[in-house]
Design a protein around this ligand. Structure first.
Ligand SMILES: CC(=O)N[C@H]1[C@@H](OP(=O)(O)OP(=O)(O)OC[C@H]2O[C@@H](n3ccc(=O)[nH]c3=O)[C@H](O)[C@@H]2O)O[C@H](CO)[C@@H](O)[C@@H]1O
Ligand SMILES: C=C(OP(=O)(O)O)C(=O)O
Length: 417
């Protein structure tokens, strides 16, 4: 299995262009199934989760063509309602196909999804909402069987602004009869991107990015061209890479508004940040300041997908920082690995108390999930000596050419196969 070997202590300097967002690309690719046409999606990241989605689309009959970061999906030959279990288990986003396939043909058979092991990840909100729209849902032997003659628009009050549930409802409701209103909807930029894709394809969705989304059902969708938004979590990860190495990195092709909570906390940590709407320069401090309080929250709060990377940075801060993970129950698996590198971190339930140390030291550590793995890479960039990171297949799920981009900024990092 491949691993990263990092010689720490290099200051990162240079420029990097941020690619398309995994969490936008995946639901948009799923949405292409509804169109019964040919869609061309630009800025698709070359990552493992996208490979899995490509395989799923092919397995249900779609024709998929991929050249660099452009994917063309012809969903006209769509023919199968059962999605292979081994593919569904590979990632969380496969569950979004439930809404998409109900909208396309009124039937779907799917197993429970996989994704990062960051605590229980139920899909009760998805299932409840689809039932409210009129889907008949049966669960047996780890499979979910959904079918409907015709979904009917209704008002759905989400108990929590779940990203995946909001997307599933949008997809299902797009061809439902009448109007659907989602209240307490997720407001993430990826939801807005999905709305933009669907509306370009002929849907009538209003309000994404706010807590109330209205979907007026339409008869059919058509193929479309769309460009995926930049990945705010990849951008945030490179911002921390600059911060943790006292570096000076320019990020191009970003949406600065999507990064505002990350920018605020990195400024508190002592980074200097200069930006316009699409480009940002971040200069890391000699030593980061401690940050009194970070709470992960739904957008526009601080993203849970940046919590691990931020803990890596704060483990070197001058003082004690507190990070509270409010979204996922068990998203501190990177902490034990950072402790192996000399970090002084204690966790109590959902709270991590990080007593900054002057130096981390290279060690052999294991990536336990996607962002936790990225955090170990960041720690390795700053640590004294050699860091070896195993199980980096987790990192491949969400970062395109991670080591190449870091090396282009001056990092000493190698992927060993
Ligand atoms: C592919 C994708 O876009 N993944 C993102 C998405 O995941 P995902 O869509 O899975 O995250 P959700 O917003 O649904 O989950 C947030 C919280 O709601 C709970 N919940 C969710 C659904 C449900 O039916 N019942 C329930 O209890 C979850 O257990 C979790 O505690 O949003 C997360 C929160 O920003 C991010 O960390 C993930 O990177
Ligand atoms: C948790 C993540 O992804 P997923 O929901 O696909 O597991 C993530 O992107 O950090």
């Amino acid at each position: 299995m491949s691993k990263y070997v990092i010689e720490g202590g290099k200051r990162l300097v240079g420029e990097i262009t941020i690619g398309g967002a995994k969490n936008s690309a995946l639901p948009i690719l799923a949405a292409s199934v509804i169109t019964n046409g040919v869609s061309t999606i630009f800025n698709i990241p070359k990552i493992k989760d996208v490979n899995v989605m490509e395989q799923i689309l092919k397995s249900i009959g779609c024709k998929v063509n991929r050249v660099d970061n452009i994917m063309t999906i012809d969903s006209r030959p769509f023919s199968k309602i059962k999605i292979p279990e081994d593919l569904v288990r590979e990632m969380r986003s496969s569950i979004i196909l439930m809404g998409a396939m109900l909208a396309r043909c009124g039937q779907v058979e799917i197993s429970y999804p996989g994704g990062c092991d960051i605590g229980p990840r139920p899909i009760d909100l998805h299932l409840k909402a689809l039932k409210e729209l009129g889907a008949d849902i049966k669960e047996a032997h780890g499979y979910i069987y959904c079918c409907t003659e015709q979904l009917k628009g209704c008002e759905i009050q989400l108990d929590y602004p779940s990203v995946g549930a909001t997307e599933n409802i949008m997809l299902a409701a797009v061809r439902a009869k009448g109007t659907t209103i989602i209240r307490n909807a997720a407001k993430e930029p990826e939801i807005v991107d999905l709305q933009n894709f669907l509306n370009a394809a002929g849907a009538r969705i209003y309000g994404a990015g706010t807590s109330a989304i209205r979907i007026d059902g339409v008869e059919k969708l058509h193929g479309v061209e769309h460009t995926v938004i930049p990945d705010r979590i990849v951008a945030g990860t490179f911002m921390v890479a600059s911060a943790i190495t006292g570096g000076e990195v320019i990020l191009k092709n970003i949406e600065v508004e999507h990064l505002s909570s990350i920018i605020a906390k990195l400024k508190e940590a002592g980074c200097k940040i200069y930006n316009n709407c699409t480009t940002l320069k971040i200069i890391g401090p000699k030593r980061p300041n401690a940050v009194e309080s970070i709470r992960t929250l739904p957008y526009p709060g601080f993203p849970t997908d940046m919590q691990a990377q931020m803990i890596a940075l704060l483990s070197l801060a001058n003082g004690t920082s507190i990070v509270c993970e409010t979204i996922f129950e068990n998203r501190f698996k990177h902490v034990d690995e950072l402790v192996r590198m000399g970090a002084k971190i204690k966790t109590e339930g959902r709270v991590a108390i990080i007593k900054g140390v002057k130096e981390l030291t290279g060690a052999k550590v294991t990536a336990k999930d996607l962002r936790g793995g990225a955090a170990l890479v960041l720690a390795g960039l700053a640590a004294k000596g050699t860091t070896i990171i195993e199980n980096i297949y987790h990192i491949d799920r969400g970062y395109q050419d991670f080591e190449k981009d870091l090396a282009s900024l001056g990092a000493d990092i190698k992927k060993i196969f």
